[in-house]
Design a protein around this ligand. Structure first.
Ligand code: ASP
Length: 315
């Protein structure tokens, strides 16, 4: 009998330890622990893995500490474009939205695509029209804005002018130039079903219309009851080219690797060799979990039902 478990992440990157006060660290750890606990409660009541990852990512989107939903980064044009995806390992049904800026909870839109449409991904205006039609909560794009993120955009534009991966330098313990803020969750439920969900604001100063790995099934998100559920964070372009999330599953299914071996192969070898920085979280059908990252740190947490939540930032 395997124990249900939930694993979450709030982005990976290089840590500026000098920017990390005890108080700040506690805020991140408390947010991660609370969200793990919410997922554990759902799983403890025999809720589905799909519901647990949906709720965990919804809470991560609602928390301004993380680059998804409220607190998302800005594009080059000082707008927001959010991406999200979800996959049910039981049926291998999936749903995703990309480039949306009026849907309060992109992960709920992805879930609705999974459940209420015959398609897998909707983008931009079409995604918003679908969400509206389905009765999801819509907001003005300014809802996603925070002063920290705006300052981060100005810093990026005044500085190198390049595209940077999440979070502000002053308030975030992870180096703003090497920080990935996507959020995600994976879970195994008491019925033995796996699910994965991923949501992001993308990268600060990104070009309008750019889409990363997060809403791409197989790249930033994947779940299959026969193997594993995976959610990624990192340099999206490399994760897309590596088909990172699916690669973990394929290594297990076709090459017979264990979860640990497959996760390490993808994150520490393949992605690293391709210049990809970041990490992933994964749970297999036996309830084993891994949280590998090749950056200095990754906001992460997990909890088996019946255990206290565990949250970590550093290696
Ligand atoms: N993977 C995300 C993207 O490329 C970024 C992140 O993980 O923060 O949009």
């Amino acid at each position: 009998m395997t124990r249900p478990v939930i694993v979450i992440h709030g982005g990976a990157g290089a840590l500026t330890r000098s920017a990390m006060s005890t108080e700040k660290e506690q805020r991140y750890l408390a947010a991660l622990s609370d969200i793990v606990a919410s997922g554990q409660r759902i799983l403890a009541e025999n809720g589905s893995a799909l519901d647990a990852v949906t709720e965990a990512v919804r809470l991560l989107e609602a928390c301004p500490l993380f680059n998804a939903g409220h607190g998302s980064v800005f594009t080059h044009a000082e707008t927001h474009e959010l991406d999200a995806s979800i996959m049910d390992g039981r049926t291998r049904d999936a749903g995703a939205v990309s480039c949306v800026s009026h849907i309060r909870h992109p992960i709920l839109a992805a879930r609705t695509v999974l459940e209420a449409s015959q398609h897998v991904m909707f983008t931009a205006d079409g995604a918003e029209a679908f969400a509206r039609q389905q009765g999801l909560e819509m907001v003005d794009p300014s809802f996603f804005s925070t002063d920290e993120r705006r300052q981060q955009l100005y810093n990026a534009q005044a500085g190198s002018g390049r595209v940077i991966l999440d979070h502000d330098g002053q308030n975030d313990p992870i180096d703003p130039d090497r920080k990935f803020g996507t959020v995600g969750a994976v879970a195994l439920d008491s019925a033995g079903n796996l699910a994965a969900a991923t949501s992001t604001g993308g990268m600060t100063n990104k070009q309008v219309g750019r889409v990363g790995d997060s809403p791409i099934i197989g790249a930033g998100c994947y779940a299959n009851n026969q193997t594993v559920a995976v959610s990624c964070t990192g340099t999206g372009e490399v994760f897309m080219r590596a088909v990172a999330a699916y690669d973990v599953s394929a290594l297990m299914e076709y090459a017979g690797l264990t979860l640990q071996q497959a996760g390490d192969r993808v994150v520490m070898e393949k992605l690293a060799q391709m210049g990809g920085s970041g990490g992933l979280i994964a749970v297999d059908r036996a309830g084993n979990i891994v949280l590998p990252f090749n950056s200095e740190g990754m906001y992460r947490g997990y909890g088996y039902v019946g255990d206290a939540p565990v949250a970590r930032i550093y290696r």
